[in-house]
Design a protein around this ligand. Structure first.
Ligand SMILES: Cc1cc2nc3c(=O)[nH]c(=O)nc-3n(C[C@H](O)[C@H](O)[C@H](O)COP(=O)(O)O)c2cc1C
Length: 202
């Protein structure tokens, strides 16, 4: 299967970077084709401008390539830290520009955008790995876990990706090496449970 991995973290020494590398290694071991976008290293331009907004708007070659990669993916893995309850701005820009009308969703004829869109993505499964420094209790009860709503409801469910799994690793700043090793093992088993050896899918 084609699995798209999107990483948004500026630091190659970050835990997020290691999570993404662990995902890729496991996917390759499981004989999948990996499409990897490391948005910071690619210098992804996150700004959505007016001409690009309409369904048939003008998109540049880079966005076309990102859209093709998204369209051909059977599974999607997103890796990013929790920054103010949101993805880093670069990834928000990727959402704005790549998860676009006609590619990821569309409105029924006669619906000017006020209704519920139809999801167009062929990917069946999306997995999101996040990191943060907030306790689960505070994240869920004070902040209402905005990243869960964003990725599960606002994005993947709307775009037709029905199977969704998200894991927030926390608390990173006080975590020990042993804890991180165990989290990376969890990344491996999660990847293998959603994207097992290719032949099991045939
Ligand atoms: C701009 C910025 C905003 C952040 N906002 C939050 C936040 O809202 N909640 C939180 O728990 N951690 C927040 N953090 C901490 C990061 O989530 C944390 O540093 C990261 O998950 C650690 O993983 P890493 O080692 O891969 O960077 C923020 C960090 C930065 C730089």
């Amino acid at each position: 299967m084609n699995i798209l991995v999107v990483l948004a973290h500026p630091d190659k020494n970050s835990f997020n970077y290691t999570i993404a590398q662990t995902c890729i290694k496991q996917l390759i071991e499981n004989e999948h084709s990996v499409i990897f976008h490391d948005l910071y290293r690619e210098n992804f331009d996150p700004v959505l401008n007016t001409p690009e907004i309409p369904k048939n708007g003008a998109v540049d070659e880079i966005i076309k390539m990102h859209c093709e990669d998204l369209t051909k993916s059977d599974g999607i893995i997103i890796v990013h830290p929790n920054w103010w309850g949101q993805p880093p701005a670069l990834l928000k820009g990727w959402i704005d520009r790549v998860i676009r009308p006609g590619i990821a969703y569309e409105f029924e004829e006669g619906d000017g955008g006020e209704g519920v869109p139809i999801g167009l993505l062929k990917a069946k499964t999306a997995v999101v790995f996040n990191t943060s420094n907030t306790s689960m209790d505070r994240e869920n009860n004070i902040f209402l876990d905005p990243l869960e709503t964003l990725w599960k409801n606002c994005i993947f469910d709307l775009c037709g990706v029905k199977e969704f799994y998200r894991k927030m690793f926390r608390i990173i700043v006080t975590s020990t090496t042993t804890q991180r090793k165990s989290w990376l093992n969890e990344v491996k088993t999660t990847v293998s449970s959603f994207f097992p050896l290719s032949e099991k899918f045939e």
